[in-house]
Structure formats: C-alpha cells, structure tokens
Design a protein around this ligand. Structure first.
Ligand SMILES: C[S@@+](CC[C@H](N)C(=O)[O-])C[C@H]1O[C@@H](n2cnc3c(N)ncnc32)[C@H](O)[C@@H]1O
Length: 274
C-alpha cells in the first residue's frame, strides 16, 4: 500500500470518529514514519513496508477509540512552543493562544513583570509568556501534582524558567504582588460533563475540565494579589463571557473587555484592578 492509499483509507476509517479525519491520518502517518507532514505529499506513491503499516494501523486504532491525536503523538504546539502532553494535563487549545496574546499585550512595557498562572496544567500559558516576554517571572500553580510534573518536564524541554507550585486556588491565591494574573480554569459545570465529546471526556483529566466556582475564586483572589492598575486575563467557556464580564464589573474591575477566539466566539475576559 502506498502512502497516498494508506492516508485515504485511514481518513475513511476515521470519518465517523473524528471531526478532522484527514488531518489526523496525516499527522499519525508522519509520526509513524518520523517525517514532516508536508513530506508525505512529495512521496505519495512510495509503498509502505509491513513494519510501517503495522505501526500506522496501531495508531489509527487508538484514534478510532477516540484517543486525542495529541496524546498519541505525545506532543502538541502552542504559540512558538512544542510541549510534551499526556493524560496528566489538558491538551493546549487554540483559544488559549488568544489568552496568551491578551496577557502579553497587558505586559507590554513592563520590564520584569511578576505573573501568576492559575491552573498551569502542561505549563502552556506560563511557558509561552516567559518565551515571549523574557523578562517575565512567572509562578504557575496547580492543584494536580501530575500536571505540575508535566509542566516541570516542559520547562526542562524548552529551557524556560518558571516557578511551579502545588496550590489550590479555592484556598486563596499565593501572595503577590503580581503585575498580571492569568488563568484558563476548569469551567465545565459538573452536570455538563456528559455533553463533552468522548475524546475530551474520556481522556483528558476531569480536574482540568470540570470546576464549579473556580473562575469566581480567581477573580476575587486576584483583587488581593494584583498591583493596582494591573490586569486579570481569564479564559472562559463558550457562552460564559457575558456572565464573567458582569462578575468582573461587579467586583470593581475597570476596563472590562472580551476578546473572541479565531472562530469568533468570546472566550477571553480581562479587567484591570482599580
Ligand atoms: C483548563 S486546564 C488549563 C491548563 C493550561 N493552563 C492550559 O491552558 O492549557 C485547568 C487546570 O487547572 C487545574 N485546577 C483545577 N482546579 C484547581 C484549583 N482548585 N486550584 C488550582 N488549579 C486547579 C487543573 O489541574 C488543570 O491543570
């Protein structure tokens, strides 16, 4: 079977089990062959060896059982970084790139800002901020020891320095003062867990998905630890932006604003401590 045929068959096989069957098929074949995805197209007619086919079939079988491609590959990109990912932490999402963008905009002009990342997970936000604002001194906290271990591996992998600490945001935030508090907290309500796609619900850690009152706790806690005039930047679930913006208004934040993700959904809410 050639590369072209294997891709076509794998994409057909995944059609009912993935929203992106062709992309998945390409990423998994490139991974099997240790090649870049683009290289598949220059080698379309090359026959695969039995060993290559066996390896590829195994990855396609995992994907057809709904395991996310990122976990199968063991790494995933966010902004300029490629991070290790596994079931200890959430896979970085495209909308979180917008959170990083808004956070960096709020840090512009501050030479050595102190930043708190609440619910750091794989370290996606904490590491992106240090990478793109090298003066930043970032503390990432998480309630999950597994996620923190992964974030430590990612700090070593990227050669970026962040401080990481096990800490429950519901018990208050670590002592400031900070120039920015950023968070992508778990924001799926417990009753909504069953509405998530199986790829997410059955593979990503529940503690990273489901949370009641964590956004609220971070918004209240940040008032205690932010320097005056400095910013809180929050990722919110689809449909939660208005409610979160109203919460920030009510708590006395000023200049409250929302930003859409690349699909036009409002997913980032920010406000300035008065
Ligand atoms: C949606 S994930 C975000 C991960 C990463 N920041 C990202 O954007 O990809 C939420 C993270 O918050 C952590 N978390 C959940 N409850 C928490 C709490 N009460 N205090 C601190 N972290 C918490 C989870 O373990 C998880 O790593």
């Amino acid at each position: 079977m050639t590369i072209g045929e294997a891709l076509r068959r794998a994409a057909e096989h995944l059609d009912e089990r993935s929203e992106t069957p062709r992309l998945d098929a390409e990423l998994l074949l490139a991974h099997t062959l240790g090649r870049e995805r683009i290289e598949l197209y220059t080698d379309f007619d090359r026959p695969l060896t039995e060993t290559e086919l066996d390896g590829y079939r195994e990855l396609i079988a995992r994907r057809s059982r709904r395991e996310p491609v990122a976990y199968i590959l063991g790494e995933w990109g966010i902004r300029r970084l490629t991070l290790a990912v596994d079931r200890r932490a959430l896979i970085p999402r495209p909308e979180t790139e917008v959170v990083a963008e808004r956070a960096l905009a709020r840090l512009a002009g501050i030479e050595a800002p102190r930043v708190l990342d609440v619910g750091t997970g794989s370290g996606a936000l904490a590491l992106s901020l240090v990478d793109e604002h090298p003066g930043a001194r970032v503390l990432g906290i998480d309630v999950s020891a597994g996620a923190l271990a992964l974030a430590r591996e990612n700090a070593a992998r990227t050669g970026l320095h962040v401080e990481l600490r096990e800490h429950d945001a519901l018990a208050g935030l670590p002592e400031g003062p900070f120039d920015l508090v950023v968070s992508n907290p778990p924001y799926v309500e417990p009753n909504d867990l069953d509405t998530l796609m199986p790829d997410v619900r059955d593979f990503e850690p529940e503690v990273a998905l489901v949370g009641s009152g964590i956004t609220d706790a971070v918004a209240r806690g940040a008032l205690e630890v932010l320097r005056p005039d400095r910013w809180l930047v929050l990722e919110v679930g689809d449909g939660q932006a208005a409610e979160t913006a109203a919460l920030l208004d009510e708590l006395g934040y000023t200049d409250v604003a929302t930003t859409p993700d690349l699909t036009g959904r409002d997913r980032v809410v920010e406000g300035r401590r008065a």
